[in-house]
Ligand binder design. Structure first.
Ligand SMILES: C=CC1=C(C)c2cc3[nH]c(cc4nc(cc5[nH]c(cc1n2)c(C)c5CCC(=O)O)C(CCC(=O)O)=C4C)c(C)c3C=C
Ligand SMILES: [Fe+2]
Length: 426
């Protein structure tokens, strides 16, 4: 883990246990045990651990990259308003950073009270108190810059080569209005109101400087939903995320983050986020037998074990053959085509959320994956892998890439700094 480790911290709400009533919190945390604990006069319970978990805003890397997946996310791209340039962008990133830092500690009360005394530009807090009763709930806010940001702010000399537009892929069906953007915000939290509150606070803080270009919401499974913690499942029912690079891998940092002394200097400790909104053709998928679905991916549905044998965490044996001589993992299976071994060691950290936006006119669910992949260089991570998938992945007939973006995500701010300061004031 890194500087942004989750910690269970004291929370301002602990002080309100008495006022809210211990029973209320016990009900939130444990439901059915309410009557029992009240009758036995147990001491008041602290806020449930889900609520009190915090992730550090400051550190070498921004939060929300190696942070364990939260239950809720909002992804939003903003475009700078006409007339807004580098100065206004710097002021916005300062406001956004202050807001994010406060919300992530859980110290902001959500009433807007503390902001009224601040400079008039700062509308950092919605006055609705949306998240008033909750702890920080592992809230993370991550900020990135799109290619167009550098033109708008006349900072093209600082634009990383790695921000070159992603190449077109044959299966792309991209909606330009839901792609790209000058600025990107990724919000994750283990509570839906905490996540929405952060989104509103950041949107308000952007007022007059930047406008929402697109916004999407996603989800993952809630902590405690399964008897033991496990890898997430996506909406196709697959265990998804197993073979991600691990923070304990010796080459993890060099694969995912830019080193000190790299180029450009302001990206030290940063990473590149590739975003793809990938709709799943779930009716077509659900018509496949479970066995056929497993062949498409190359892993078992029940527990995510590779079809070459073993358990979920057993290394995939791409050369393994069945008794009939055929490959245990088909030539076009998703895990074979995307594996680092078959892509010149290309690797990325996939940190995705499911989405469901209702049903389309034809009755099909508008649902799938908000795919987010992190890497030190998209030309050595996402691009070669997607090129290969584009030309021969058994999963392709069941998905549609509908939106796309690439963002430069700078390193985390030091204490007293704001995100992107080294770019905007360098
Ligand atoms: C370009 C990169 C990738 C896209 C786009 C992508 C889409 C996508 N993937 C799944 C489901 C699974 N993917 C799995 C593994 C996997 N996927 C990628 C890359 C992309 N996936 C990689 C690099 C890997 C790891 C390969 C390996 O090293 O073994 C798996 C298996 C479990 C796991 O390791 O995570 C599943 C399941 C969907 C549904 C999807 C688009 C909607
Ligand atoms: Fe995949």
């Amino acid at each position: 883990m890194n500087d942004n480790d989750i910690s269970l911290s004291r929370r301002r709400l602990l002080g309100t246990v008495g006022a809210a009533g211990a029973t209320g919190l016990a009900m939130g945390a444990g439901g059915g045990v309410l009557g029992q604990s009240a009758a036995q006069a147990d001491p008041p319970r602290a806020l449930a651990s889900v609520g009190s978990a915090t992730v550090a805003f400051h550190g070498r890397h921004q939060a929300g990259i190696t942070t364990p997946l939260q239950t809720h996310c909002h992804l939003a791209a903003f475009d700078l308003a006409p007339g807004a340039g580098r100065k206004q962008a710097a002021a916005l990133l300062r406001r956004w950073s202050r807001t994010a830092a406060e919300l992530m500690t859980g110290e902001a009360d959500g009433t807007g009270g503390s902001d009224r005394s601040r400079e008039s530009e700062a509308k950092a807090e919605p006055a609705s108190g949306i998240a008033l009763d909750a702890g920080p709930c592992s809230l993370t806010v991550t900020f990135g810059f799109g290619r167009s940001f550098f033109t708008r702010t006349k900072l093209t000399s600082q634009r990383p080569d790695a921000l070159a537009p992603l190449p077109p892929f044959s299966a792309d069906a991209l909606d330009a209005k839901r792609s790209d953007g000058d600025l990107w915000v990724q919000i994750g939290a283990d509570d839906s109101l905490v996540a929405f509150h952060a989104l509103r606070a950041l949107q308000r803080a952007a007022d007059g400087t930047a406008r929402v270009r697109w916004q999407m919401s996603g989800f993952n499974r809630s902590a405690g939903a399964t008897p033991a913690p496990m890898t997430q499942r996506n909406l196709m029912g697959q265990v998804d995320g197993t073979n991600n690079p691990k923070t304990s891998d010796p080459d993890f940092a060099e694969r995912i983050f830019l080193p000190t002394g790299g180029s450009p200097g302001w990206m030290t400790g940063g990473s590149y986020a590739v975003f793809r909104r990938i709709r799943m053709l779930l009716d077509r998928w659900d018509d496949l037998s479970p066995g056929a679905q497993e062949q498409v991916i190359g892993r078992r549905k029940s527990d995510g074990a590779p079809l070459s044998g073993g358990t979920e965490t057993t290394a995939v044996a791409l050369d393994k053959r069945k008794s009939d001589g055929g490959l245990a993992i088909a030539a076009d299976a998703h895990v074979r085509v995307s594996a680092p071994e078959t892509n010149g060691d290309a690797a990325m950290l996939r940190r995705s959320f499911s989405y469901h936006d209702g049903f389309r006119e034809d009755g099909a669910p508008d649902a799938g994956l908000l795919f987010v992949a992190w890497q030190a260089d998209p030309l050595r991570g996402f691009v070669p892998v997607q090129r290969k998938l584009d030309s021969g992945d058994a999963l392709s007939p069941f998905i549609r890439h509908e939106a796309s973006a690439l963002f430069a995500v700078p390193g985390g701010p030091g204490k007293g700094e704001y995100v992107g300061q080294r770019l905007l004031e360098g």
